[in-house]
Design a protein around this ligand. Structure first.
Ligand SMILES: Cc1cc2nc3c(=O)[nH]c(=O)nc-3n(C[C@H](O)[C@H](O)[C@H](O)COP(=O)(O)O)c2cc1C
Length: 224
């Protein structure tokens, strides 16, 4: 399975088995996180066997259990941080699925646990991704129709339809799906977010899904 195939299998999982990530799976995951960190300029860190963050959260929803491992999405402070975290974090989420792990993005604050990750003065912890062996594999979220989140029509190219469909399978905060893709004509596509919590992160996530669904070779992003 590659990360493109993982798109339709991935669902958020909040209840985990009490089973540590170790051995070959750990090696693969750490190597992938290191690659993505290098590629993105983020300072992503896997925190393992650390149950306190999810026990002392300030705001909690969704009922997590045994969420003892997470990826701290850390990077340079600035306007681009959240969208960058979305794009590259989702790469890790989809990769995790291919090696038998489940995940859940967590934007609402988890408890601050000192000394488990490195945070430089010019860096910020944007959010975390819980990761581990799920008690179940989650379930398909309800989705908006493609026409609600894009200008898809009967005359749109096939790659545009596939891109929008892949974006609709993406995780978004509170399943808000606050994004809109426009086929600008030719091979140009633009995407914008509409208002909602964490919609910057969502935008990065859906950009990745669109690229995987449409095929990067078929289009170029038009920035607005
Ligand atoms: C940026 C972001 C933040 C999220 N924050 C939380 C959270 O704090 N708690 C939680 O239980 N789920 C959180 N989620 C998971 C969403 O609720 C979930 O992705 C959405 O309901 C769609 O379901 P699916 O991921 O199973 O497709 C978050 C997702 C995203 C993308």
């Amino acid at each position: 399975m590659d990360i493109r195939e993982a798109i339709s299998l991935r669902h958020s999982v909040r209840k985990y088995r009490d089973q540590p990530i170790e051995g070959k799976t750990l090696e693969l995951l750490e190597a992938y996180i290191a690659d993505v960190s290098r590629e993105s300029g983020l300072h992503l860190q896997l925190v393992r066997n650390e149950p306190r963050a999810f026990k002392s959260g300030i705001i909690k929803y969704g009922g997590f259990s045994n969420a003892n491992n997470y990826i701290a999405m850390i990077g340079p402070k600035g306007d681009a941080l959240r969208e960058t975290c979305g794009y590259y974090g989702e790469k890790i989420v989809l990769y995790a699925q291919t090696i038998g792990l489940n995940t859940c993005w967590v934007g609402f604050r988890v408890g601050y646990v000192p000394d488990v990750y490195e945070l430089a003065r010019d860096e910020e912890l944007a959010l975390v991704i819980a990761i581990g062996y799920g008690e179940n594999s989650g379930r398909q979220h309800r989705s908006k129709r493609p026409e609600k989140v894009s200008n898809l029509s009967e005359t749109s190219p096939e790659w545009f339809r596939k891109g929008v469909e892949a974006a609709l399978l993406a995780p978004t905060a509170i399943n808000q799906q606050h994004f809109y893709f426009t086929h600008e004509g030719g091979n140009e596509v633009s995407v914008k977010k509409t208002y909602g919590p964490f919609s910057d992160v969502d935008l990065g996530i859906v950009r990745l899904h669109f690229e995987l669904g449409a095929g990067k070779e078929n289009f170029v992003w038009k920035e607005k």
